[in-house]
Design a protein around this ligand. Structure first.
Ligand code: NAD
Length: 257
């Protein structure tokens, strides 16, 4: 049995992933704002510190995996909450758990990014410098001042930076024997997507976002890919972003990959 720390396991993709990983015989230590072993708010530095300390205590010195699902969507106000949870709520946890993961059995981590990570490039990401400097207040101030575009910028900008942060850790994590990958889901039937559909600012663009497969994904269809990446069957998959989007990225950006 492996011990895996998960964030965002209360609903949606995280809940389905928890179920799949538990069915495969793993012990899960969940971090979430509700329904988890560790109740913590990842939108604040104090919440993240508490989450890290409590989750590590519960591992009792044995940690083999990390799966980070917690995230907020475009509709959340203030937008700075989205940059805090989606970027700092993932990167700070990854770095804090790395030393323990190195001692784990066939250790691996998966971070949930998004197809939106490719909606802008790192070079043109207005949040890149703030994220790279670890300046949470600055990243938040940029999106909170962006008016109607704040929600999209906070979401796509934080997911772009999250995938970059994972890719920049690939060398050090690989040398330490810890596999680290992201998945980039497309539209998936979860509370986050439903909240976006209910917001008049985003409902039309989300509704139009229909992939070639002609339907949105079920959370279990993300969970099965995450469970694969966490398993020894993916022993040579490292530093990859696996796009799980029913084909929409290939349609939107056929020459970029
Ligand atoms: P969801 O809302 O069902 O899940 C998000 C989880 O994060 C919940 O368990 C929630 O309680 C938790 N969470 C939110 N704010 C938190 C906070 N401040 N502190 C701690 N936990 C917090 O939505 P989902 O769609 O399952 O999202 C999971 C991940 O998938 C997110 O990172 C999201 O960005 C990503 N994603 C979703 C879609 C989609 O279409 N649903 C597409 C691409 C990427």
């Amino acid at each position: 049995m492996s011990t895996i720390i998960m964030s965002g396991c209360a609903t949606g993709i995280g809940a389905a992933t928890r179920k799949a990983l538990e069915a495969a015989g793993n012990k899960i230590i969940g971090i979430d704002i509700r329904d988890a072993e560790v109740i913590a708010d990842l939108s604040t530095a104090e919440g993240r510190k508490m989450a890290i300390d409590e989750a590590l205590k519960l591992t009792a010195g044995s940690l083999d995996g990390v799966v980070l699902c917690a995230g907020l969507g475009t509709q959340v106000k203030p937008c700075s909450k989205t940059t805090s949870v989606n970027y700092f709520g993932a990167v700070e946890l990854l770095d804090a758990f790395f030393p323990e993961l190195k001692k784990g059995h066939q250790p691996a981590a998966v971070v949930i990014s998004s197809v939106a990570s490719a909606h802008l490039s790192w070079e043109k990401n207005p949040l890149a410098a703030a994220f790279e400097a670890g300046d949470e207040a600055k990243a938040g101030a940029i999106v909170d001042a962006a008016g109607d575009q704040g929600g999209n910028l906070a979401y796509a900008g934080s997911k772009n930076a999250l995938t970059v942060a994972v890719r920049k850790r690939t060398a050090a994590w690989g040398e330490a024997g810890v596999r680290l990958n992201t998945i980039a889901p497309g539209a998936t039937e979860t509370p986050l997507l439903q909240a976006g559909l209910k917001d008049p600012r985003y409902s039309e663009s989300i509704a139009k976002f229909v992939p070639p497969l002609g339907r949105r994904a079920e959370p279990s269809e993300m969970a099965s890919v995450i469970a694969f990446l966490m398993s020894p069957a993916a022993a040579y998959v490292h530093g990859a972003q696996i796009v799980v989007d029913g084909g929409i990225d290939a349609v939107m950006r056929p020459t970029s990959f």
